[in-house]
Design a protein around this ligand. Structure first.
Ligand code: G3H
Ligand code: ZN
Length: 274
């Protein structure tokens, strides 16, 4: 059933959130969550919207899949820098958004985020924002950024955000799972802030460190690249073994199955973490 990211977070456990860039991701993530019997978030990034040329087709598919699911499923707009896209997501019935003004300086980030929060809250939409930019969005591996706890407290107070993405040692788009998490900083941020914390770049984090991050205070665990590694690996293996294939369903199905298997495993892992 379709639910909100805030509702899943309010249950008190970890909130697994996986990026979906095509229909096969949507069905695989829902299938994996159903096998694990736990809630999940389907995330659509601004980059995925650019790839499709519009939000509505993929968001419509994700919302439909969420409504039909046997477990609570939320749909979330991820890393939106365009305020018009946030408005469009709200209009479409997407229950939560991440507004990412982390590239702006602090004052401009606060002003832009507070305005988005005001408009979203008027429509019942949950808002995540980012402070202390998690690196790697431009293809540059940059794990050194850190969110300052005092600044984070002021940011949450001055913007009214519902959740905060924090920089604690991860970086986007890692293909190896060896990021060194700053668990002490996660615990400090958890103690200082009254809103759920979001870990971006979770593909770079090993299983045991994902569990440790949740135990230290992380709530929403965002993962994209790791599932693409699984998806593309399975497609590549199928095509290598069946080079004459032309029907896309033949090679997309193993990709979808590989993602469903890994989502089921990760959702169960995170479900037992807190
Ligand atoms: O917002 C999405 C996540 O931060 C995904 O990052 O591709 O490194 O797992 P990742
Ligand atoms: Zn991210």
């Amino acid at each position: 059933m379709l639910t909100g990211t805030g509702e899943i977070a309010a249950e008190g456990g970890a909130v697994p959130a996986f990026n979906v860039i095509q229909l096969e991701h949507v069905t695989a993530v829902v299938e994996g969550a159903e096998r694990a019997g736990r809630p999940v978030v389907l995330q659509i990034s601004e980059n995925a919207v650019k790839y499709h040329g519009a939000l509505a087709p993929l968001a419509g598919a994700a919302l439909a899949a969420a409504r039909a699911a046997d477990v609570p499923v939320s749909v979330h707009l991820d890393h939106a820098t365009d305020e018009a896209l946030v408005e469009e997501a709200v209009e479409l019935g997407v229950p939560s958004v991440m507004f990412d003004a982390s590239k702006l300086d602090y004052e401009a980030n606060v002003a832009a985020t507070a305005e988005v929060v005001r408009r979203c809250h008027a429509r019942g939409v949950w808002v995540e924002a980012e402070l202390g930019e998690v690196g790697g969005k431009d293809g540059v591996h940059a794990p050194g950024a850190r969110t300052d706890p005092a600044e984070a407290v002021a940011f949450v107070r001055d913007t009214g955000v519902d959740a905060l993405a924090v920089a604690v040692g991860t970086s986007h788009a890692m293909r190896t799972r060896d990021a060194a998490l700053d668990l002490a900083l996660i615990a400090e941020l958890r103690a200082a802030l009254g809103v759920p914390l979001v870990l971006h770049g979770s593909s770079g984090v090993a299983d045991e460190d994902l569990v440790a991050a949740v135990r230290a205070g992380m709530t929403k665990i965002n993962m994209a690249t790791h599932l693409n590694v699984r998806f593309t690996g399975a497609v590549r293996a199928y095509l290598a073994a069946h080079p004459d294939t032309v029907d896309p369903r033949r090679y997309l199905a193993p990709g979808r199955e590989a993602v469903a298997d890994e989502v089921a495993r990760l959702v169960a892992l995170l479900g037992g973490a807190r």
